[in-house]
Design a protein around this ligand. Structure first.
Ligand code: NAP
Length: 408
C-alpha cells in the first residue's frame, strides 16, 4: 500500500465516545508523535471546538465528512491507514464508510454491537475486503473484546497444556459497574425497531452462529431463566450482551480454523450471588429482562422511553462514574482429561466508555503496529482472530484490562 498521509482517523470524534477516543489518542500520541492522527466528523465547527477544548496542537488535522456522502467517505479512507468509527447506530450510518474502507484497502475498527447489520455486511463485503486487503474489525469495545479475547486466551492455554481445546467454556460476569450513553441507547432502539419491521432480524439475533455463514455448530445453551451454577455456588441470570458476544466468539473460532473445535459450546451469563438473596436477584433480573424485551417490542413504549428515560445523543456517564467503574469476568472450561482451567478478565473504569475508548484505540494501534497488512489478510475479522494475543500487553498497560490464568 502506498504511504498515506495519516496513520489513524477517528470518525465521530465530536460524539460522546468519539471524544473519549480522541482524548486518549492525544495522550497516547504524546510528545514523541509516535503516529499521526486526525479527527473527523460532520461538523467542522464542532471539531475545531473539540480540538481547542482538548488542548490539542493547532495543526492537528480535522476532516469534515458526512456519513451520507460516499465520496467524502472514500476521500477520508484514502487519507489514512486505519479508521476508528464511533458513528453509530452503525445500521443507520455505517454502510458508506465501511464500503469506502473495503474499496480502498483501509483498516477499520468500530464499536458495533448490532449483529444483524454485521451479519449482512460480512456476506456483502468479505470477498471484496479479502481482495483489497482491508482489515475490518467490528466490536472492538467492551462488547466484545474482554469476552472474545478471554475465550481465546483460555483456549490458547488449554491447547498449550493438553494439545486439545476446551469443548465447553462458560463466561460468567462476576462484577460490572458503569453507565450508558445516548448512542448506545439509540443503537439498541434501532435494533428493536428493525426487529419489529423484519422477522429475519429476530432470527439473526437469536442465532449464535449468525456471524459464521455456512457453518452451524452444536446447539448452544441460552436459557432466559435464572439458574443455579453448582461450580460457582451462585445463581445466574442471562447476560444482556451475550447475544452479541457469543456470536463474535463463534466467529473467532471459525476464522481461526475452528481452533476451539467444531463442537465448541459457549455460554455467557451474569452471576448474581449465592443463597436466597442471590436467587431473588437472579430471578428478578431474568424477569426484568423478559418484561423489558416485551415492552420494548412495542413502538409506542419505545417512543416514550426514548423521550423520557434514555440519555440523548452526545450524553453519557460523567468523569467520576467512568473512573469509578469496573468489570470482572471469569471463563471456565474442563479439558478432555477432566482438568478445570479458568481465566479472568479484570478491567478498570466503566466498561462502556472509560474502558471502551481505550480498548478500541489499542485495537487500532495494534492493527497499525503489531499485525501489519502483510501479516494479516484482508477480510471481516473479530478482535480475537485478527489481533489475538498481541492485544494482551497493550490492553494491560494502556487500557487497564488484564487477563490471567487460574489453575485448580
Ligand atoms: N461496544 C461498546 O462497548 C460500545 C461502547 C460505547 C459506544 N458504543 C457504540 O458507539 C456508537 C456511538 O455512541 P455514542 O454514545 O458515542 O454516540 P453519540 O454521542 O450520539 O455520537 C455519535 C456521533 O456520530 C455522529 N454522526 C451521526 N450521524 C452522522 C453522519 N451522518 N455523518 C457523520 N457523523 C455522524 C454524531 O455527530 P454530531 O456530533 O454532529 O451529532 C456524533 O459525533 C453507538 O453505536 C454505540 O452503540 C459501543
Amino acid at each position: 500500500m502506498k504511504k498515506r498521509p495519516l496513520d489513524i482517523v477517528v470518525f465521530g470524534a465530536a460524539g460522546f465516545t468519539g471524544r473519549l477516543v480522541a482524548e486518549f489518542l492525544l495522550q497516547r500520541c504524546g510528545a514523541q508523535r509516535e503516529f499521526s492522527w486526525a479527527m473527523a466528523g460532520r461538523s467542522a465547527g464542532k471539531l475545531a471546538a473539540l480540538r481547542d477544548s482538548l488542548g490539542a496542537p493547532a495543526g492537528l488535522p480535522l476532516i469534515e465528512a458526512d456519513a451520507s456522502d460516499i465520496k467524502a467517505m472514500r476521500s477520508l479512507a484514502q487519507r489514512t491507514q486505519v479508521v476508528v468509527s464511533t458513528v453509530g447506530p452503525y445500521q443507520m450510518h455505517g454502510d458508506t464508510l465501511l464500503q469506502a474502507c473495503v474499496e480502498t484497502g483501509t483498516a477499520y475498527v468500530d464499536l458495533c454491537g448490532e449483529p444483524a447489520w454485521m451479519a449482512q455486511k460480512i456476506t456483502q463485503h468479505q470477498a471484496a475486503a479479502r481482495k483489497s486487503g482491508a482489515r475490518i474489525v467490528f466490536s472492538c469495545g467492551f462488547d466484545s473484546v474482554p469476552f472474545d479475547l478471554g475465550v481465546h486466551f483460555l483456549q490458547h492455554h488449554a491447547l498449550q497444556q493438553s494439545s486439545q481445546p476446551l469443548p465447553w467454556v462458560r463466561g460468567h460476569v462476576l462484577k460490572m459497574k458503569g453507565g450508558y450513553s445516548g448512542g448506545t441507547a439509540a443503537s439498541l432502539m434501532a435494533t428493536l425497531q428493525a426487529q419489529s419491521r423484519d422477522s429475519s432480524v429476530t432470527r439473526t439475533m437469536a442465532d449464535p452462529f449468525a456471524l459464521t455463514p455456512g457453518f452451524s455448530g452444536p446447539s448452544q445453551p441460552d436459557s432466559a431463566q435464572a439458574q443455579f451454577e453448582a461450580e460457582a455456588n451462585a445463581w445466574s441470570a442471562p447476560f444482556v450482551m451475550a447475544p452479541i458476544n457469543t456470536k463474535n466468539v463463534h466467529r473467532s473460532n471459525a476464522l481461526l480454523g475452528h481452533a476451539y473445535g467444531k463442537d465448541f459450546v459457549y455460554e455467557e451469563r451474569q452471576l448474581m450471588g449465592s443463597g436466597q438473596a442471590g436467587e431473588l436477584r437472579a430471578r428478578g433480573a431474568a424477569r426484568l429482562q423478559k418484561w423489558q424485551n416485551l415492552a420494548l417490542g412495542f413502538a409506542p413504549t419505545r417512543a416514550l422511553i426514548r423521550r423520557f428515560v434514555l440519555p440523548k445523543p452526545g450524553q453519557g456517564p460523567g468523569p467520576q462514574e467512568r473512573e469509578n467503574g469496573h468489570y470482572r469476568v471469569l471463563f471456565t472450561g474442563t479439558t478432555a482429561q477432566g482438568r478445570r482451567l479458568s481465566a479472568r478478565a479484570e478491567g478498570q473504569r466503566d466498561p462502556g466508555y472509560g474502558a471502551t475508548s481505550r480498548i478500541v484505540t489499542e485495537c487500532a494501534l495494534s492493527l497499525l503496529q503489531d499485525v501489519p497488512r502483510d501479516r494479516t489478510a484482508g477480510g471481516i475479522w473479530t478482535p480475537g482472530a485478527a489481533m489475538g494475543l498481541a492485544l494482551l500487553p497493550r490492553l494491560q498497560e494502556r487500557a487497564g484490562l488484564r487477563f490471567s490464568l487460574e489453575e485448580d
